[in-house]
Each structure stands twice: as C-alpha cells, then as structure tokens.
Design a protein around this ligand. Structure first.
Ligand SMILES: [Zn+2]
Length: 124
C-alpha cells in the first residue's frame, strides 16, 4: 500500500525531528498533500495512526490539508492554479495568460510536513 509506506517514513521523520528539538510526545501533525499525489487523506491518516503505534507520535492528531496544483508556464512564466478537478485529465494543461501548453506542474505532487506540536521533556 502506497499510503502505508509513506506513513511509516513520515512517522520516522517526524519522530526524529521531534527528538532533535526535545519533544517527548507528539500531539499534532500537520501535513499538506498535493492534489496530484493521488493520496487519499483519510487513508493516510489511518496509516499514520498505525505506523505511529509505540513511537512518540502515538496517539497524535493528524491534520491533512489538500494543496491545489499549480502550473508554471515555460513560455511566459505565469502560474495557473488548477481547481475543481479530481484527476489530471480533468484539467486543461495550458497557461491561462498566454494559452501555451508548454507548462510544467510546479506544485501538486508533493507532501509537505507543515508543523508538529508536542510536549517537551520535563513538562508535567
Ligand atoms: Zn504563458
């Protein structure tokens, strides 16, 4: 399962980052996923819950926000935000300001860890 391997590496990353900043227990994990990643947020949430068992992220609340994909025109440099579609084929892959189809996906295929909230060691 794609979501599960993603979830385990995410939990691994989050735990390492938390330990480095002295966090003993993670309470919240905030993530943004690109519309084009084909990640199902509900499934990802579920997988994170399983993957975080017996780690310092165990029992944390996971917040997932979707990011709209953005096209960047290679001709004029304008960016076009895509809205509403479910699949890449639902969108017109063209620049909205000059109409060129010489575009690349600038945003939408990524998973970004926005922030984590936790309790530091020694805090009652
Ligand atoms: Zn353009």
């Amino acid at each position: 399962m794609h979501e599960f391997s993603l979830a385990s590496s995410l939990v691994q990353y989050v735990s390492d980052a938390a330990k480095k900043s002295g966090i003993a227990e993670i309470k919240e994990i905030h993530i943004e996923v690109g519309e084009m990643t084909h990640i199902d947020p509900r499934q990802l949430k579920f997988c994170i819950k399983i993957a975080s068992q017996n780690t310092i992220a165990d029992g944390s609340r996971v917040f997932i926000k979707k990011r709209m994909p953005v096209l960047k025109c290679l001709k004029c440099g304008a960016t076009t935000e895509l809205k509403g579609g479910k699949n890449l084929s639902d969108y017109t892959m063209a620049c909205r300001s000059c109409g060129s189809q010489d575009v690349e996906l600038e945003r939408g295929k990524e998973l970004v860890l926005k922030r984590i909230k936790g309790i530091k060691k020694g805090t009652p």
